[in-house]
Design a protein around this ligand. Structure first.
Ligand code: GLU
Length: 473
């Protein structure tokens, strides 16, 4: 048997981390077993589904690298097929038209509540022999009234539901459009899915879906309902806990592998291992080791993982993702040093790519303004002299390399009988605008002679202008 799994999002918002984790588990399961992973867009709710949301989901899947073997399929393209199945269910006596009005249904429920019964549709249209003129009916599935349905869940074990608790579900609206539980069954069946891995908010739908599978004389897939993700306060993860959309993690400077690694550990573990490459995830993942209980989202841990991935990935890989952030800052890295070489200098020093991008702009854009505090301390009339001397020394250097650059800084500090920091820091402020940079010699080598000298000149002029302002004051 070829394993076939799917991710079936409703395009009513962005791809959020909960959905992404469900997608990841389904994807891993298919990859592990050499099966196929299918993307299905459940867009039958025409009022809430949007094209932007479809794009956001596709963008999120691509960014995470969760490539699908088939799809995206769109449920709105399959209405004819759903109608065919609804017709079949009516013809074989497993579905029927219901003409009850809203008022009638409300009265029925009020009555049931008054009798201390659970409000549910009582099946009163099951036995109608003729249509009600002038009323477009809904179609209801004739759920068995006795016995039980057992959901054999890979995560939860066997979960039993009494048929008497399930009422006759609406499978088509008055305009003939199908509802969620019907479309899911038809698609899972037609698409040959062997495993349905989804959020446990759908667990209550499974017995209903199993009954429809049975009516269609088909074997239901294996189910695995994954527990939900909680915020750090124990409530279901939502916007108020911070970023929940996958793409906001890109925007905040996370590498997709770090987010995948974080998500796989939300509800799944393998001993006490924390870091998993995608290949390791595929090799080690299994549904039966998914936790039964909900897991909490912990941003600090995600940040730690991100730092590990930034440190340990190849510079080329990080540069590929960093270039997007440079673009966001209107910087085209071809205008300056090789971005992977910049990454090599910054890899150990950044927790996020946002931080890395912010601290790397100076490689591509001359600094025009200095951090106030950094300038007050380091761009003084005293450091003007040092900068002037270093301008001479660096201009005269034959070989523009870290080692001779380092030697000039050192010689200058020895001559002046001051610490090396007193020489290095004004240069650092001149080139970065701030006091943060990788080791100065390596930074200057990569920045290049021309950019370095012109930054030092600019800083000298800035100091001069400032002191003449002060003189005039
Ligand atoms: N479209 C449903 C949702 O986004 C998922 C349906 C399913 O996985 O069966 O919640």
């Amino acid at each position: 048997m070829t394993i076939r799994t799917r991710f079936a999002p409703s395009p009513t918002g962005y791809l959020h981390v909960g959905g992404a984790r469900t997608a990841l588990f389904s994807w891993l399961y298919a990859r592990k077993h050499g099966g196929q992973f299918i993307l299905r867009i459940e867009d039958t709710d025409l009022e809430r589904s949007t094209a932007e949301s479809v794009n956001a989901i596709l963008e999120g899947m691509t960014w995470l690298g969760l490539e699908y073997d088939e799809g995206p399929f769109y449920q709105t393209h399959r209405f004819d097929r759903y109608k065919e199945v609804i017709k079949q269910l009516i013809e074989q006596g497993d579905a029927y038209p219901c003409y009850c009005s809203k008022d009638e249904l409300n009265d029925m429920r009020d009555q049931q509540r008054a009798n201390k019964e659970k409000p549910r549709y009582d099946g009163r249209c099951r036995h109608l022999t003729s249509a009600k003129p002038g009323v477009e009916p809904v179609i209801r599935f004739k759920n068995p009234t006795t016995g039980t349905v057992i959901v054999k869940d890979e995560v939860r074990g066997e979960v039993e539901f009494k048929n008497s608790e399930l009422d006759d579900l609406v499978i088509a609206r008055p305009d003939g459009s199908p509802t969620y539980n019907l479309t899911v069954v038809v698609d899972d069946l037609d698409m040959g899915l062997t495993h349905v891995i989804r959020g446990d908010d759908h667990l209550n739908n499974s017995p209903r879906q199993i009954n429809i599978f049975t009516a269609l004389k088909a074997e239901p897939p294996v189910f695995a309902h994954v527990p939900m993700i909680l915020g750090d306060d124990g409530a279901r993860l939502s916007k108020r806990h911070g970023a929940v959309s996958v793409m906001s993690y890109r925007d905040e400077g996370y590498l997709p592998e770090a987010l995948l690694n974080y998500l796989v550990r939300l509800g799944w573990s393998h001993g006490d291992q924390e870091i998993f490459s995608v290949d390791e995830m595929i090799a080690l993942f299994d549904i039966d080791s998914v936790n039964k209980s909900a897991s909490s989202f912990n941003t600090d841990k995600l940040l730690w993982l991100n730092q590990q991935y930034i440190k340990n990935s190849t510079a080329e890989h990080v540069a590929h993702h960093l270039s997007w952030h440079m673009g966001e800052r209107s910087i085209d890295p071809v205008t300056g040093p090789n971005l992977a070489a910049v990454v090599e200098l910054q890899q150990e020093r950044a927790k996020t790519l946002v931080e890395m991008a912010d601290n790397s702009c100076f490689f591509y854009q001359a600094v025009e303004e200095f951090d106030e505090k950094a300038a007050r301390k380091n761009l003084t009339t005293k450091s003007q002299e040092i900068l002037e001397e270093m301008l001479q020394r660096l201009s005269a250097l034959e070989l523009w390399q870290a080692e001779p650059i380092h030697k000039e800084v050192k010689d200058c500090s020895v001559d002046r009988e001051i610490g090396m920091g007193k020489v290095a820091q004004p240069i650092r402020v001149a080139i970065t605008g701030n006091t943060i940079s990788p080791p100065l010699d390596l930074t200057l080598e990569l920045l290049g002679r021309e950019r370095t000298l012109s930054a030092i000149r600019y800083a000298i002029d800035w100091i001069k202008a400032k002191s003449s302002d002060l003189d005039g004051a």
